[in-house]
Ligand binder design. Structure first.
Ligand code: F6P
Length: 519
């Protein structure tokens, strides 16, 4: 018999207690006063996790709120839910799948439940093969350009990480990422390439995704038209669907299992572009950093567990304060694709409106996640963060030691990140109105010593587990993505109509647009 589902957040005793706390002191909480009154607040709201230090002290949360949120996590049996994932239970129930991306970064000799031992052995077998191939490409002077063709999780993770680790990337290779079905993207990349010097990586978990298959076919056609003969040498596939890759004509395939969700897959064969870019040793360091965070998540008590603490803030802001979005501001230009990566990780995982039993939820789930690197964002939308009508919690990410030697820059960058967080919180009185800053606007600071493979791995695993924790408290399945299906089906129906003009059965608005596009 299946174990009973853990209580949903609104079925706990902590939920109404949190509501009462919010209606009382929670709503009026002033973080400036709290910091002035409580000399222990900074310490109590700071946490050192592997490679990531977090200052949570500027958030709109009192010790009592924190205590109730931790009670909420316990009542939702968060630890048991976490342990079920690590035990390999099929927690992705709507797809009948286990959720085991953590296994991709576990060392070969990691103690795992007996049922997972053969999976772990296979993970390492694929990892060795993929890293050996990565090294052979790095040593191959004829290959100068690597084109990753993939979308969603088969694009965002490898692209984000390859950019983030720019300091370590092989100087004689260029990396291109083609995801969009918009042919402008592929055409723009191909324009600068030579067939003989290019390696295409076709990355698709399912090997059926319209965008990726269309781009892959066009790339193959381009390759042949440009005199390329050796498809086997110039194309490789990264997929769970080895058979489909073979049918496409690709001989070299690196596989992974369906228990890896697309948005959790950069640790798998999907990470091959990263491995080619930074080499086998540094890819192993990326995995090691993520594994260190896995250990932290599995072993630290909830009070000292960073993914848990961040997720509790997410629930607090979304369901009690009613904040609709969270802004991520990495103060390191190499992290410029991190917000886009997090949009898929968080919003595809937790953008759900029903619980695990399919019941419509009476409370809000995923916020909108958005952002740009600092300091650029300061000169664009930070106006709204400081003086707009909505409160948007901000997550600043800063790196203590830069990778460049331009002495003047980094102290200025760090001064700006500290200044923005302080300005949001402190505000400024001005009776004239226009120059008044209300202040008391919350932010979190995540601090890395350096941006390197280990710290990046830890940071991304931190976000993965935070998403898991919020989803577990909300009682949703964070690992399916049915919401992306309907549009795909409709596009398949509309595409031939653009050619044929058949409007039968279309709604009036779509029919009029098809007519206009054909005119
Ligand atoms: O459409 C959404 C999605 O299924 C994502 O979850 C996934 O990362 C992306 O498409 C790409 O899928 P695939 O790797 O199978 O091509």
């Amino acid at each position: 018999m299946a174990a009973p589902l853990p209580p949903r957040c609104d079925e706990t005793a902590a939920w109404p207690a949190l509501r009462q706390h919010f209606e009382g002191e929670g709503r009026r909480f002033d973080v400036r006063r709290a910091l002035a009154a409580d000399p222990g607040r900074v310490e109590a709201f700071s946490l050192q996790a592997p490679h990531v230090f977090a200052d949570l002290s500027k958030n709109l949360l009192a010790a009592e709120g924190e205590r109730l949120l931790l009670q909420l996590a316990r009542e939702c049996r968060l630890e048991a839910q976490r342990d079920a994932m690590f035990a390999g239970e099929a927690i992705n129930a709507t797809e009948g799948r286990q959720v085991m991306h953590f296994l991709l970064r576990a060392p070969r000799d990691e103690a795992v439940p007996p049922g997972l031992a053969s999976e772990l052995a296979q993970v390492h077998e694929t990892l060795e093969a993929m890293l050996a191939f990565a090294e052979s490409v790095r040593a191959d002077g004829q290959i100068t350009d690597i084109v990753n063709i993939g979308i969603g999780g088969s694009d965002l993770g490898p692209q984000m990480a390859t950019l983030a680790l720019d300091e370590f990337v092989a100087p004689d290779k260029r990396f291109h990422f083609v995801s969009n079905i918009d042919g402008h993207e592929l055409a723009g990349v191909l324009r600068g390439l030579k067939a003989a010097n290019t390696l295409f990586l076709v990355a698709s978990k399912t090997f059926t995704t319209l965008e990726t298959m269309t781009n892959a076919r066009s790339a193959r056609q381009w390759f042949v038209q440009r005199g390329g003969t050796d498809v086997a040498r110039h194309f490789a596939a990264l997929t769970t669907h080895v058979q489909a890759a073979a049918e496409f004509g690709i001989e070299r395939t690196f596989g992974f299992r369906d228990w890896v969700g697309g948005r959790y897959s950069m640790w798998s064969a999907i990470g091959l572009p990263i491995a080619i870019a930074v080499g086998a040793q540094r890819f192993r360091e990326l995995l090691a950093g993520a594994h260190a965070m896995d250990r932290h998540f599995r072993s630290e008590p909830l009070e000292r567990n960073l993914p848990v603490r961040l997720a509790l803030l997410d629930v607090w802001y979304r369901d009690f304060h009613g904040f609709g979005s969270r802004s991520v501001a990495p103060y390191h230009s190499a992290l410029r694709r991190l917000p886009a990566y997090l949009q898929q990780l968080e919003m595809e995982s937790n953008g759900k409106r029903v619980d695990r039993q399919g019941r419509v939820l009476p409370y809000a789930t995923s916020p909108v996640v958005w952002g740009e690197p600092g300091t650029n964002g300061q000169h664009a939308y930070f106006q709204m963060l400081h003086q707009g009508t909505d409160v948007v919690p901000v997550e600043f990410i800063a790196v203590k030691t830069p990778a460049h030697g331009l002495a003047e820059h980094h102290p200025q960058l760090l001064a700006n990140v500290l200044a923005q967080a302080a300005a949001l919180m402190l505000g400024k009185d001005d009776p004239g109105g226009h120059k008044h800053f209300p202040g008391n606007r919350p932010s979190t600071l995540l601090l890395l010593d350096r941006l390197d493979p280990q710290s990046l791995g830890a940071l991304i695993a931190l976000y993965e587990h935070r998403v898991f924790c919020a989803g577990a408290i909300w009682g949703i399945n964070s690992f399916d993505q049915w919401g992306v299906e309907l549009g795909k089906v409709l596009a398949r129906d509309i595409a031939p109509r653009l050619a044929s003009g058949d409007l039968a059965g279309l709604d009036a608005s779509t029919a009029a647009l098809v007519r206009r596009l054909r005119a």
